[in-house]
Design a protein around this ligand. Structure first.
Ligand code: G6P
Length: 611
């Protein structure tokens, strides 16, 4: 999704801004641009459609330089991905604006501005902000008060940064509904929509809060205001280090992140497992009391995170005996929901900034009647974390590949920890918990064994490269894993893939099965295995080619049209975590064979901060 970088310094900032844009490429975008103020306070701008590399060429050719500037990667919402629609947007020669999010009242504002003689050059909602700023700067004594006035007129979601030639020593920024951080430097200051954009210049950040407006001045002065009042915001050190955002020796971030799963799962488990049970304080000191009152659970999430929620539903009902609902956030937020007594409202999100998930949390807070809200999230300081009553952090580290991998498996681990903590609060120690705590301790080693199948899966992937469709089957907790496998394949290889609970096969999808439709099944050694085997027979009987990821002890054998990949034996509760790996690797290798842009698939964004 769109990215913002801004800088004010004594030194030239164009390369800092450019490096920031490169670091934001992973979020997904279709055009990029930059505007800087030179030493003699002249505003220059360059914009380009396509990759940041195209902008870099233009910047080099134009020799654009300056000590104050803003830059942007755009993911089209209003208007096509053209140079005219790319940010920064200007009004006249002296003012430039970059914007993430959506201005909902832009049509009214635009009509008003056009009536006053302003001419619009783009199809974007953002251009109204440029013209409003131009108008208000002429009516106010300083940039900040003009900016505050403009911000008050905007409905919708935004992170903004503005620079103006009449104020060549500063930039102003604001956030409402879209993330924005201030990077604290030594005698210099920065703005970005994501701290990763600035790790080359600082590791200290102030996470702006809803409604904050900031002014950054040359010399490193940072002022923050909310509702017109000056406010203090704490700064925090970004802990993951700059190494976490480099590809190392891996060909793609996605492959690196798949291979990090053993370590990040160990990190997510650290300090949370007792000898025979999960510590209930993983949710904070008062959690025992609160967890004891949970009678229902409502999970809300989007995309891959939603699939993690679907797995958790099986766990929470089976192991903790708690009725659980799971819903995509974009539906939940617009529904009249009935909240059963004692409902814990759980959001799942890698980024903690997904617009629909955040809106669902706000809807729940406004509606009231929930016991508490809990965010299971990977980004400390994100909006979801700040606005929830309780948090359970995954420790996946920065995830750069748009297709989520390690964030998903660490979410599963966190959800299983939550399930076991709830069980412990209800019934104290028992052998089931002791068994699963043990299995969780073993999990990082098992993940390493699972990843050793990489080259076998790479060989298998050749069978998919020329296909146009694929069908994934699973039962029980393996159904959401099948859904996640299908999502991965379509996200990065653009092959149409669907997933079904295997028992639904004869209610429709069987009609599609022929030799052109590969069928992938996940078959751990669980109580539904025999039923799954019958479903696989149904596929074979129609000439469908089967690719089965099966437990090493399961009697499913290779034969004509049946390819079996043996997985390490695993407790069936843990199986969904382990069986995710081969499906991630399969989609990765198919995408590589097809030559797609694995880390930044077309049309997709890492963090969907607009509705
Ligand atoms: C986007 C990403 C997905 C992610 C989903 C939810 O679609 O491309 O990988 O699963 O958003 O994101 P979240 O950050 O809330 O988990």
């Amino acid at each position: 999704m769109c990215g913002i970088v801004g800088a004010v310094a004594d030194r030239q900032v164009q390369n800092i801004l450019l490096e920031g844009l490169k670091r934001l490429e992973y979020r997904g975008y279709d055009s990029a641009g930059m505007a800087v103020l030179s030493a003699d306070a002249r505003l220059s701008r360059q914009r380009a459609v396509g990759k940041v590399a195209a902008l870099e060429e233009k910047l080099q050719a134009s020799g654009l330089r300056g000590h104050v500037g803003i830059a942007h990667t755009r993911w089209a919402t209003h208007g096509r991905p053209t140079e005219n629609n790319a940010h920064p947007h200007q009004s006249g020669d002296s003012l430039a604006v970059v914007h993430n999010g959506i201005i909902e009242n832009y049509e009214i504002l635009k009509a008003d501005l056009e009536g006053q003689g302003y001419v619009f050059l783009s199809e974007t909602d953002t251009e109204v902000i440029a013209h409003l700023m131009s108008r208000e700067v002429s009516r106010h004594d300083d940039l900040l008060s003009a900016f505050q006035h403009v911000v008050d007129m905007l409905n919708g979601a935004y992170a903004l940064a503005v620079t103006h030639a009449d104020y060549p020593d500063q930039i102003v920024g604001a956030r409402k509904g879209s993330p924005l951080v201030v990077g604290v430097g030594i005698d210099e200051a920065f703005l970005a929509s994501d701290p990763l954009a600035l790790l080359q210049v600082t590791d200290r950040f102030i996470y702006l809060q809803e409604g904050d407006v900031a002014r950054l001045t040359v010399g490193g002065n940072i002022e923050i205001f909310n509702a017109g009042q000056s406010v203090e915001r704490p700064s925090a050190i970004f802990e993951h280090g700059d190494g976490a955002v480099s590809r190392g020796d891996y060909r793609h971030f996605m492959l690196k992140e798949i291979h990090e799963q053993s370590q990040v799962i160990a990190n997510t488990l650290e300090g949370r497992l007792g000898d025979r049970h999960v510590f209930t304080r993983i949710l904070g000191a008062e959690a025992d009391d609160l967890l004891a009152h949970v009678k229902n659970i409502q999970i809300v999430a989007c995309g891959t995170s939603y699939h993690a929620g679907m797995v958790a539903r099986y766990w929470l009902e089976k192991l903790a005996g708690i009725p659980t609902q799971v819903e995509v956030a974009s539906e939940y937020r617009y529904r009249e929901v009935v909240v059963p007594e004692g409902t814990l409202f759980v959001t799942l999100s890698q980024s903690g900034e997904t617009a629909d998930t955040l809106a669902a949390l706000r809807y729940a807070s406004q509606k009231g009647g929930y016991l508490a809200s809990l965010a299971i999230c990977n980004v400390p300081g994100s909006s979801l974390v700040r606005e929830s009553d309780l948090t359970l952090m995954t420790q996946a580290g920065p995830e750069i590949g748009v297709a989520s991998t390690k964030a998903f498996t660490t979410q599963l681990v966190a959800l299983l920890l939550l399930t076991l903590a709830l069980r412990h609060v209800r019934q104290g120690d028992d052998d089931v918990q002791a068994r699963l705590v043990n299995a969780l301790r073993e999990l990082p080693r098992l993940i390493t064994r699972g990843l050793a199948l990489d080259s076998a899966i790479e060989t298998m992937s050749a069978a998919f490269a020329e296909k146009h469709h694929a069908l994934f089957l699973g039962r029980g907790t393996m159904f959401p894993i099948a859904l996640e496998g299908a999502l991965k394949l379509k996200e990065i290889s653009y092959i149409h893939a669907e997933a079904y609970p295997a028992g639904e096969l004869k209610h429709g999808p069987l009609a599609l099965v022929d030799s052109d439709m590969p069928v992938i099944a996940v078959a751990p050694n669980d109580e539904l295995l025999e039923k799954l085997k019958s479903n696989l027979q149904e596929v074979r009987a129609r000439g469908g080619e089967l690719f089965v990821f099966a437990d090493e002890h399961v009697a499913i054998n290779e034969s004509e049209g049946v390819h079996v990949l043996r997985m390490p034996a695993v407790d069936d509760v843990i199986a969904p975590i382990l069986y995710t790996l081969p499906l991630q690797l399969l989609s990765y290798h198919v995408a590589v064979l097809k030559g797609t842009d694995v880390d930044q698939p077309r049309n997709l964004a890492k963090s969907v901060t607009v509705e």
